[in-house]
Write a protein that binds this ligand. Sequence first.
Ligand code: S3P
Length: 166
Amino acid sequence: MRRLGLIGFSGSGKSSLAAFASKNGFKTVDSDSLIEAEDPTAFELLENGREDDFRTLETSVISGILKSDFDLAAFGGGVHFAHPAWKEIYESPLKLVYLRSSFENLAGRSEERPLCKKLGPEGYEKLFRSRCPLYEKAAAFIVETDGRGLSEIWSEIEEIWNSLFQ
Ligand code: S3P
């Protein structure tokens, strides 16, 4: 089965790359969009200290994704080696690509992210540092994103795709 999944911290470009891939003929899926479609208030759970409930919903959405037909999936920033869905992801025919970014170069306003609102800026950076090794452990490939545009990053992902599947 030919499939890749994108992981990495919020703002590393997973959803933008999936949108880019979709324009290039890849069948893509985005776990955050599916979570929102299922429960538009789901992300508030993170702000309200109910992360376990959010992860349970996220795990069920990921389970559905893994059973569906897609080429490239963009996962939320909580997906890594210690996520509750990890075993299912690991046992599925899916290779993960970690979009590695420095904290300083993560796009967007992190203060608006639900976990940043909950943890505060220092706690959010601490979360980032604690997750980096977990993304590395989960990933089959690491793609650097600092200082690179979407199309350059996408070319590297396409090379990975071609090396695996063509
Ligand atoms: C999360 C990242 C978000 C979203 C949710 C939780 C996290 O996804 O799934 O707010 O745990 O870091 P993005 O990485 O797409 O922002």
